[in-house]
Design a protein around this ligand. Sequence first.
Ligand code: GLA
Length: 581
Amino acid sequence: MTTRTQRTTLLFGVILLLAAVCYLPTQFNSFAASARDDGVARTPPMGWNSWNRFKCDVSERLIQNTADALVASGMRDAGYQYVVIDDCWQVARDSNGTIVADWKRFPSGMAALADYIHARGLKFGLYTDVGSKTCQGRPGSLGHEAQDAATYARWGVDYVKVDWCYNDGLDAQAQYKLFGDALAATGRPIVMSICTWGKQNPWDWGSDTGHLWRTTRDITDRWPTLLQIIRENAVRAYAGGPGGWNDPDMLEIGNGGMTDVEYRTHMSLWAMMAAPLIAGNDVVRMSAATRDILLNSEVIAIDQDARGTPALIVHDDNNRQVWSRPLADSSARAVALFNPTDKSAKITVSWADIGIAPGNALVRDLWAHADRGVVADSFTTTVEPHGTVMLKITAQSYVAATVPDPVNPSAPPAPPADAPPAAAPVADPNVRYPYLSDLAPTFADNGLGPMELNISNGEGGTGDGHALTLGSTQYSKGLGVHAPSDVRYDLGGTCSAFAADIGLDAEVGQNGTAVFQIWADGALIYDSGALHGGMAPVPVYLAVPGVHELRLVVAPVDWVVDYAHADWANARVECRVDGAS
Ligand code: GLA
């Protein structure tokens, strides 16, 4: 005997299966979340690299002295463990094709140098290129991937930076995969740093292939370059996480082209962005000021936070920027008040912007190494030109949100537009369909203004939006956000499906572009591609069985975030109240 409830359940199952078949394979093909997450880069790699300061003037003596200075200065103990020789160590290949190090500059050979470094509790890194030559014209690894990987493993290499010069039109994703697989096949844990300077969108495939990927052009020791790189890397925040990191390039701190204020900004924002911290200065002759910046343990702790979530800019008032990064301690946020302008600026962080409950929070200044007290709802301070005040803000009473009792148990999520008409649903008493706008998020970062409930985002204060409207459809429920946005819910593993209509609110007309992403327990399960103002609503219907953290991200397509009024209209989940998913 088939009851109506069983038929409804069966139909729902078929729809879920269809949804899974339609969405998941395409998404997982290009975004295998962290297939290369082999444990060697659970937090952003830290170390030193020769390029920024020494370019091609590398030698055994320089590397040994640097290793000694990393130990003596306390940098090793602060976490800077990889000692990486960049370009110009290699001169030729021998008759077997084995890569040959410059014997004049490295007379003892690379294996002996690796031993020297390992004996000091450090790790050893080298540089190569997937193309036929390195950027300085030395032999590249093209056609020698397995051979070079085996050579590096034999020498005791722990980290390889792989550049993109002389690539002759290679497909970056395929070529870096080949190299990453060759390194993995050696059986030696080796970090792979992908260096395509952001070409061919490494943030889409880098974590399947290596452990960090350059998002930008080369850094230089100049303030305008730093600003540009910060802008280009910040919009990739959604892509970084444990096992795979956005890399805005190595540090210039201490190289002399910027002020200490600017270098503190450099260090602060690299930590906020969960960037690899690869020092690039002369650590043998380092000033006390440089040492204090590189060795700020409170800032390093933010960079290395186990949660691994890069910061978003949650408030930007005429270049008075508030950046926020959630931490493993879910009651706390790392916050950077960044003033990129040439004049002092008062900047306010309000708890609403960083997703912690109104009320008291402890504010600690991570550069002053001082508590600023327990304050209510917001904190304001003056930030010097080009400066950054870096804070840790810890809510004093924090209750993690969970899926509460249903608010609207009657209707199931809307099926995809092309699904067969559903039989009249019969409520299963154990199944609820709460709208996300009726649940408390565990975290909400939003580009402009706060995330709005059941109205669009008006860019200013709470409640300044309009009726949620996609195309010509108005919705009474949903989330109105503004890119870049990151909103999270704890589903407690009890929900089976998520549904929403997504798009840019009709109020922006033809303006605006954004990408909608859905993450389930750290894995990307949906990516809309670029959606533009004026498009019809896109129905999304996904299986989320057993998922705890549901994360809704709206990323700008470029740095341009204007008009990115993004709606998660009718966003809701199907959950069981009896604990099963
Ligand atoms: C490229 C890389 C730099 C550096 C040089 C070496 O420009 O992006 O980081 O490795 O090559 O030639």
